[in-house]
Design a protein around this ligand. Structure first.
Ligand code: GLU
Length: 309
């Protein structure tokens, strides 16, 4: 089956769910529009912008200030977390709010933050070559990545899980993946974990998780694996077709990626996260986004603030 045929099939499979929701008046039912229970802009918090903020020690901040806006790398196909409406080009989700609230602390108002979609496998390069100033998109902090980029945070703790079709009863955890086809994103920690720890699974990689979900809905693969935050979003969008099974089997602390040597920027973002958690913005943002997928807010883990490189 070609990629195009698969996309058409997925649209067809998801269409009844979307139409049903539209008929019940729950939201807009146009395919490609945000999820039915998706963040409504009116419910999102407004963040106080610190106009007097200055950070001359940060080359990234200084260049962004001169340019007039901050460029933030993000995801565009992760419901409730990082999603781009193709009709308006607007990004929404918890990661997007984290980017907006911390940018406000750094002096950048909502119109001075521009998002750019970057896939999992390209995050480090994008930060290294200055394509983006920061990255906020389900980005797990780990030792290997810390050699290439810096991380503010963590601001959330996710865990690797499994997404299957509702008619699947043979997969409850990663051990059940032996001989089954499982899809994940290239360059991601969940992909690497299956490769290292569950070598008998038949691992398939694409650039994005939404392509994996297309493959799951069209019976090309048996499961999709990545963070529970991401998978719960897909399941919430198509509850008749998809379910998240078992318990999370890893810890994925989410950080804000920054250029590796820009310690001043990293510490400023750490301070911003602490302040936004304290004043309730973090919780308000969570409730208006990721909270809608049914995942309870586990309190943000303490900010790490590791010493300067
Ligand atoms: N948090 C994991 C990672 O950073 C999976 C999600 C993603 O690929 O963005 O690799």
């Amino acid at each position: 089956m070609t990629f195009r045929t698969r996309r058409v099939l997925t649209a067809l499979l998801l269409a009844p769910i979307v139409l049903l929701a539209a008929a019940s008046g729950a939201g807009c039912g146009r395919p490609g529009s945000p999820p039915v229970k998706g963040p409504s802009p009116g419910a999102l918090p407004r963040y106080r912008v610190d106009h007097s903020f200055r950070l001359p020690a940060s080359p990234t901040w200084t260049a962004a200030r001169e340019r007039g806006y901050l460029v933030v790398g993000a995801k565009e196909d992760q419901p409730y977390l990082g999603e781009r409406d193709p009709a308006t080009g607007r990004y929404s989700g918890f990661d997007i709010e984290i980017a907006r609230m911390t940018a406000a602390s750094l002096g950048f108002g909502p119109k001075e933050v521009r998002f750019r979609t970057i896939a999992s496998a390209n995050r480090e390069t994008a930060l290294q070559n200055g394509q983006i100033d920061t990255y906020v998109g389900s980005y797990t902090i780990n030792a290997k990545r810390k050699k290439l980029v810096g991380f503010a945070g963590p601001y959330y703790m996710a865990g690797q899980s499994l997404l299957v079709r509702t008619d699947e009863h043979g997969i409850e955890g990663p051990r059940d993946l032996d001989g089954r086809r499982v899809c994940s994103a290239a360059g991601s920690t969940p992909y690497q974990r299956i490769k290292d720890d569950y070598p008998r699974a038949e691992l398939v990689a694409y650039d994005t998780y939404s392509v994996c979900v297309d493959n799951l809905l069209t019976f090309q693969v048996d499961a999709v694996t990545t963070d529970d935050t991401i998978l719960l979003g897909y399941a919430a969008k198509a509850p008749d077709a998809l379910k998240v099974v078992g318990r999370p089997f890893s810890k994925e602390p989410y950080g804000i990626g920054v250029p590796r040597d820009d310690n001043a920027l990293r510490f400023a973002l750490d301070d911003a996260l602490v302040a936004r958690e304290k004043n309730g913005d973090w919780q308000r943002a969570y409730d208006a986004t990721l909270g809608l997928s049914g995942r309870k807010a586990t309190p943000a883990p303490p900010v790490d603030r590791y010493p300067a490189n």
